[in-house]
Write a protein that binds this ligand. Structure first.
Ligand SMILES: C[S@@+](CC[C@H](N)C(=O)[O-])C[C@H]1O[C@@H](n2cnc3c(N)ncnc32)[C@H](O)[C@@H]1O
Length: 200
């Protein structure tokens, strides 16, 4: 069953021209929560190979703007309103550069960040926490008041505290697992609506 689901999403992604099956996770969340709207300015953290960016561009239209950030350089997208930054989100200069490329604070921050795993549980947990902390640290200058967040988290000891911090920063926070999430995966997605922080 797991194999059939996985295969279906891979096939669908390939047929639709999406760079990654994960595109369907964002599409589902965007449909359920109206996260992406026409004209939105969007920052996508951990954007390679670009499946989420493709979905974002479809939803925001030509009048929107998107900036994708990843340590791995992305192949350009065939859209004039997408900028790409090769950089590490743990470096505040990189998220600042994303805001600069956007021209203003974002309406939406997307984060599908996932660290390279070592197989050593404590190390992997620390790496995931560090990435999540980097996203939280960037939000006050990256996301406009009232803005929206879609962020991948991993089930683990730090997850409840992270969600609690997000509840302080957003009017409405939902944790969910989209249909396209692989069975057995530790991934969770958080959707935050109504960002409370002021712009830096
Ligand atoms: C699951 S993939 C993202 C898939 C993407 N959402 C898509 O649909 O194509 C996670 C990405 O996080 C990136 N990443 C991990 N650590 C990072 C860091 N410190 N800074 C920037 N990107 C990072 C990885 O290089 C990887 O491409």
């Amino acid at each position: 069953m797991t194999y059939r689901r996985k295969d279906t999403y891979h096939r669908r992604a390939r047929a639709a021209g999406y760079r990654a099956r994960s595109a369907y996770k964002l599409a589902e969340l965007a449909d359920r929560f109206q996260v992406l709207r026409r004209g939105d300015h969007v920052v996508d953290l951990g954007a390679w190979p670009g499946g989420w960016l493709q979905v974002a561009v479809e939803r925001i239209g030509a009048e929107g703007r998107a900036v994708g950030v990843d340590v791995v350089p992305l192949e350009p997208l065939p859209a004039a309103n997408v900028a790409l930054i090769a950089g590490d989100v743990r470096d505040p200069a990189v998220t600042q550069a994303a805001r600069t490329r956007l021209g203003r604070a974002a309406d939406v921050v997307l984060s599908d960040l996932a660290p390279k795993l070592t197989g050593v549980a404590a190390t992997d947990e620390a790496r995931r926490s560090e990435l999540a902390a980097s996203v939280l640290a960037a939000l006050p200058h990256l996301l406009r008041p009232g803005g929206r967040l879609v962020m991948k988290l991993f089930m683990g000891p730090d997850q409840p505290a992270l969600v609690a911090r997000l509840r302080e920063s957003f009017d409405d926070v939902t944790t969910t697992r989209p249909e396209a999430t692989r069975r057995g995966s530790a991934e969770l997605y958080v959707v935050g609506l109504g960002h409370r922080a002021r712009n830096a």
